[in-house]
Design a binder for this molecule. Structure first.
Ligand code: PEP
Ligand code: MN
Length: 353
């Protein structure tokens, strides 16, 4: 049984709480078998013979400064469902979860400002509320385009100023978390880094929403525990994104697991998004999978769109043209409508970050 303390306790309050826990444990014959995890504040307790963890959990949860109690009989992970309420994550006019649905769209990689500005206007017209685009790219080959770095971040910020679109962009390295978070409205952690626990801790603590993609061969349990790292580090605004799994058929890039949407929603209060672009790898399949994801209950979409897909420096085969994206949005809107849901509306541009 693990007692999680609030991250922001001052030293005196933390000491007081630990002393209270210690005397409480002695009175009940509970052993304390560990203090802290080396980076967060937690205490591990071993119940006395014959007692259940639940008996204690209720009591300990009422101690001031206790953030959560994780037990084996009644798992209460920070990301686990919260009696009937679903979290809504919002940044600028994008909102996800608890009846809000938004589309994040844009190129795989940020390439140049002119293309990105023109694309931004088309994305707004189609109903997207956030712009995606990688300035730091995880590429299989070290010789492939690696992204424009800080210059790419600046371009994203310029498009945000002019269009009002929120910016979602990937961070790959703990050393870049602070820089990327100064430009991004939400940090993206990619499939390859879902198990990069140092990155999860760092990104989770920086105070910006995080979009976490499912590892391409991660189980749902591993995905949720990766999200738990973010939550434990202090992040309350987490978006989970299904992006397809590694599989045996070379004809399809990834196998898009749409059953993950309702399955995850049973196991977490967090919004669940779907990326039909990486999920299929083929632009012709993206619109159908986007509509299917809407029917499965997705709280948002991450879609690759490029002004001229054949010119895209990365993932050219899966990018939609702006016109194809607008049509896919219309179909998806109709599916959402049939389910009693609708896209969040965009707001006018602002110049503040
Ligand atoms: C991306 O979104 O461009 C990307 C690299 O995705 P993934 O991490 O899912 O491969
Ligand atoms: Mn891509």
């Amino acid at each position: 049984m693990i007692v999680l303390l609030h991250n922001d306790l001052d030293e005196a309050t933390r000491k007081e709480l630990l002393e209270k826990l210690q005397s409480w444990a002695i009175q009940r014959g509970v052993s304390i078998c560990g203090f802290g995890t080396g980076w967060g504040d937690s205490v591990e307790l071993l119940p006395a013979d014959g007692a259940t963890e639940c008996d204690y959990a209720i009591e300990i949860r009422s101690f001031a400064g206790v953030r959560a109690v994780l037990t084996q009989d009644e798992p209460t992970y920070l990301v686990a469902p919260r009696s009937g309420s679903r979290t809504q994550v919002r940044f600028r006019s994008a909102a996800f979860g608890n009846n809000a649905v938004s589309a994040i769209a844009g190129p795989c990689s940020v390439e140049n400002l002119d293309d990105l500005l023109a694309l931004g206007a088309d994305l707004v017209a189609a109903g997207a509320t956030a712009l995606r685009g990688g300035a730091y790219k995880p590429r299989t080959s070290p010789y492939a385009f690696q992204g424009l770095g800080k210059l790419g971040l600046e371009m994203l910020a310029t498009v945000r100023e002019q269009t009002g679109l929120a910016v979602v962009t990937e961070v790959m390295d703990t050393r870049d978390v602070e820089l990327v978070s100064r430009y991004a409205d939400a940090l993206q952690i990619g499939s390859r880094n879902m198990m990069n626990y140092s990155l999860l801790r760092e990104a989770g603590a920086v105070g910006v929403p995080v979009l976490l993609k499912r590892g391409m061969s991660a189980t749902l349990g591993e995905f949720l525990l990766a999200a738990e790292y973010l939550a434990h580090a202090g992040c309350e605004d987490i978006l989970l994104c299904e992006r397809g799994l590694r599989h045996f058929d070379p004809d399809v890039r990834n196998l898009l697991d749409l059953s993950a949407v309702p399955a995850l929603k049973e196991r977490t209060h967090l919004p669940v998004l779907v990326d039909p672009s990486h999920g299929t790898g083929a632009s012709s399949l993206v619109p159908s999978m986007m509509a299917a994801a809407a029917a499965a209950g997705a709280d948002g979409f991450l879609v690759e769109v490029h002004p001229c897909p054949s010119r895209s420096v990365s993932d050219a085969g899966q990018a939609l043209t702006p016109t194809e994206f607008a049509t896919a949005m219309d179909t998806t809107r109709a599916v959402l409508d049939a389910c009693g849901r609708k896209f969040n509306a965009a707001q006018a541009p602002t110049t503040s970050n």
